[in-house]
Design a protein around this ligand. Structure first.
Ligand code: COA
Length: 175
């Protein structure tokens, strides 16, 4: 698969060690991996697109992944249109547990209908990340729980700062 450019799309709000594990596996398979950060999602994100991009860049460095093989960009369109523009033939998605499959298959089939020549492939992160998700990590951060098993140090720091900001806003609304 060496000359194939792949993309790993997601919201990454924020990036977790599970995402990074998928990125590590994908960089072994493809010559280049474009991490595609969805700007506009149905999700009400904690982090802005700029913050999410910079946390991915810092995290990729922190875990010593090959930055030369990785490009980190945002997109604000259909994923398949982004892929066409960048000449991407493979979409990588992570499957953690069986229940991910229903949602992932739906997206993969829709993307195939829209662009039949783009393949979606699924990679499994290490089982120690099977139950990690960005929303779980945000919730743990909100209640002050330990984050070191789930995110990089820079993401942990950013989450702690974000929680302070959110709690400040909540207190202002209460006054
Ligand atoms: N480690 C940790 N978490 C993981 C993970 C892993 N290996 N794999 C998946 N997840 C988590 C994600 O963090 C996310 O958690 P959250 O809901 O707690 O935030 C969840 O699993 C998957 O969320 P989902 O909404 O399916 O995907 P996403 O946020 O990663 O990205 C897009 C979805 C951006 C790829 C998709 O919406 C898209 O392509 N949008 C562009 C518009 C488009 O083309 N739409 C048509 C697509 S059919």
């Amino acid at each position: 698969m060496s000359n194939i450019i792949a993309c790993y799309p997601g919201t990454f709000d924020p990036i977790t060690l599970g995402h990074l594990d998928v990125i590590k596996r994908a960089t072994r398979l493809f010559s280049k991996l474009i991490i595609a950060v969805a700007e506009s999602t149905k999700k009400n994100t904690w982090f802005t697109t700029k913050e999410r991009l910079s946390l991915i860049k810092e995290s990729v460095k922190e875990v010593n992944l090959d930055l030369d093989k990785v490009e980190i960009v945002s997109f604000n369109s259909l994923l398949v249109d982004f892929c066409k523009k960048k000449n991407i033939k493979v979409i990588v998605r992570g499957i953690r547990v069986v229940s991910d499959m229903e949602h992932e298959f739906g997206m993969a089939f829709l993307n195939r209908k829209l662009a039949p020549y783009i393949e979606t492939i699924f990679l499994m992160p290490d089982e120690k990340y099977a139950y990690v998700s960005s929303s779980a990590v945000r919730e743990i951060a909100f209640y002050g729980g330990s984050l070191s098993c789930f995110v990089t140090k820079c993401v942990e720091k950013a989450l702690r700062e974000k929680v302070k900001e959110i709690r400040r806003k909540i207190n202002i609304l209460k006054e």
